[in-house]
Write a protein that binds this ligand. Structure first.
Ligand SMILES: Nc1ncnc2c1ncn2[C@@H]1O[C@H](COP(=O)(O)OP(=O)(O)OP(=O)(O)O)[C@@H](O)[C@H]1O
Length: 244
């Protein structure tokens, strides 16, 4: 059974759908990569799956049951979210960042031993990569994360740091988490994914097993390069800037 599923999902803003008819699912222990050019609807999809945006049409199913629950209720049911925004409390120490959300510090340090030496430092003084490690550790150790939604955590980070973060994502999946990964490093994400979806102009344009694309991601990249500006936003930025 899929832990998280979108069925014929329409999603967007103020009742106007920018994502249409989206069918997508992720199972226990699976990593699903969600690709697409700027404005394709990836973040809108993630925000709707986690409950930060309301469903306009179709449904989101969590553990096989349709849900319209809020972000906080879904978080309590084990849906974690990590975004490019490095959601840490900047003035609190790393230790307090973990304590305040009732995270398991021991498990967090198992994932990221490099955070141990920084436990007493305010999180705002960590490097961008360390802050993202802390954000990911918080999402992974706050209760039992069943589903993890990851939206461009690598933004602005060095490739080695991205490898480190994606390594932990792989470990989390091996421990049973169902993961949806929006990632600009197409090669790296395809390497660790089980399945991929490519979105274009609010719809699924291409999907399949990741092994079919490994070593040759050109079919994925073509979807970026041939993308038109979104009809919702004439003149939207072209996708090329997002390519690794
Ligand atoms: N808050 C908002 N209000 C209205 N429209 C929005 C809002 N956020 C995004 N959009 C529009 O929704 C569409 C999909 O945007 P979305 O951010 O989901 O795309 P994306 O694939 O995540 O792009 P990117 O890779 O640039 O983050 C775009 O046309 C965008 O302009």
């Amino acid at each position: 059974m899929s832990l998280l599923e979108a069925r014929s999902l329409d999603a967007g803003y103020a009742g106007v759908a920018v994502v249409r008819g989206l069918d997508l699912h992720v199972d226990e222990g699976e990593i699903v990569a969600l690709f697409g050019p700027n404005g394709a609807g990836k973040s809108t999809t993630i925000m709707t799956l986690c409950g930060a945006l309301p469903v306009i049409g179709g449904e989101v199913r969590l553990g096989g049951v349709a849900t319209t629950a809020s972000l906080h209720v879904r978080a309590r049911s084990g849906v974690g979210l990590v975004t490019e925004q490095r959601s840490v409390f900047a003035r609190m120490t790393v230790a307090d960042n973990l304590k305040v959300s009732r995270c398991r510090t021991d498990v967090a340090l198992e994932y990221f031993p490099e955070l141990e030496q920084h436990l007493a430092r305010p999180a705002g003084l960590l490097s961008g990569g360390q802050q993202q490690m802390l954000a990911l550790a918080r999402a992974l150790t706050r209760g039992e994360p069943k589903v993890l939604l990851i939206d461009e955590i690598s933004l602005g980070l060095a490739p080695q740091v991205v490898d480190r973060l994606l390594g932990v994502v792989t470990t989390a999946a091996a421990r049973g988490a169902a993961i949806i990964l929006v990632e600009q490093y197409v090669h790296k994400a395809t390497d660790i994914a089980d399945r991929i979806y490519v979105m274009r102009r609010g719809r699924i344009h291409l999907t399949g097993g990741a092994e079919d694309f490994r070593g040759d991601v050109s079919r994925i990249e073509e979807a970026y390069l041939s993308a038109d500006p979104s009809p919702q936003e004439p003149g939207a930025p072209t996708p090329q800037g997002k390519m690794p």
